[in-house]
Design a protein around this ligand. Sequence first.
Ligand code: AMP
Ligand code: MG
Length: 473
Amino acid sequence: MEISLEQSYAAAIPELSVPWRAEVPPRPELVWLNEELARELGYSPDWLRGEEGLSLLTGQIDGTTAQAYAGHQFGSPNPQLGDGRAVLLGDLVDTRGNRRDLHLKGAGRTPFARGGDGKAPLGPMLREAVIGEWLHALGVPTTRALAVLSTGERIAPRQGVTPEPGALLVRVAASHLRVGTFEHATWNLDPEVRERLVEYTIQRHHPQADGPLGLLEAVTRAQAELVAQWMLAGFVHGVLNTDNVTLSGEGIDYGPCAVLDVHRRGAVFSSIDRGGRYAYGNQPGIALWNLSRFAETLVPLIGEEPNLAVEQATAVLEQYEGWYQEAYGRGLAAKLGIPPGEGVQELGAELFALLEEQQVDHTGLFRRLGEGSAAALFRDSAPFEEWKVRLQGMRGDGPRAEAAREGMARVNPVIVPRNVHLDAALRAAHLGDPGPARTMLDAVSRPFELRPEHAHLEGAGDGGEHFLTFCGT
Ligand code: AMP
Ligand code: MG
């Protein structure tokens, strides 16, 4: 089998990365292999488990690079970021004809590492794998893990004093082009590089886009749809810095992320997000803020006349809200089992206010609404019953209600990577038992069914109010 990957990015824009090779891990072992994704990429799982496969998965191949980028972190510009602990293995065209990047996280220090050790602990790499598989199974655009490996090395603890098992995550992404890539090209490089970057991005992700303004529109639309789906799923990314915003519209870099238990607009799970900038309810607004930073990098390319270019870019950004509401309304209607259209948003807003007031579980509500047992989740079910009468008015009775129930069971998951269960699984992996994390990966890959071996993963978590994650960054 052929392992050589293409290097289309480095070939098109060599200024944006440096040749770099992953460290040789002392005793690499596969902790989890995503067999379904392997086949989709054209790899046989058996080959990947063998010696040559392990060379690929640990980055011991030629042509690899570390990518340069910049970004706004928590609102402040940082001109010099980049792959500090990762290498781009290369890209390939998968069995469906889509070009995908293979990327290796935890590969040791690179020239962009600054003070970091270049390493990744096993727990956070498994978390990224679990979240990616769950979002993918829900139909939300996301980067995914092809494999998680342990390196055989003990690394400095991220918190506490106990050394952690070192790990590698092999990530598959439509690409690693980020808003931060454009910021780097704009702030630090010749304008001609940015022009080539625009061309490459259009060709790779948005071939229908007409020039820089068309690219802005396509990316804005893709991000609006992505964030709408996160909101419906109850997903909190946790670090929506511009270097974690892709141009493909896939979610990326699941560090201190989590899924809501109780529906709370102010939910924050990241230990470093003290101001709540990236709280659950702030995500749609923050995505627009990030897109505005993207627009700024494109303005000089949009036209000769700066005022006109700014006007044109602003007009595109002003459409974000509409695209977001459209995607959100469509998804919400499906979750509620009603036809999309007028009144859906309003009905949803009232429901969410009730959930917040009575501290009701986000995912549990939708699932049990389809099963006809949601009232039991409320301390005082009277306002919910009133709300439900209006829902039923929009839905109709008889066969329509039955069809709605079936449809809802296909969009409202029963399996959620709940903080309490995910944390327990990651802790077990940290202590040497990857079994519970593998079980979780299996469960989240088919989240609409409850298999007996996953019964312990069903049901509400502990509310999640006091849950904090320290992963990533
Ligand atoms: P993140 O918040 O994970 O997206 O990462 C932000 C930046 O910090 C990126 O430039 C990463 O490459 C870098 N980084 C994160 N962890 C490490 C580490 N352990 N060693 C070196 N660089 C790191
Ligand atoms: Mg990042």
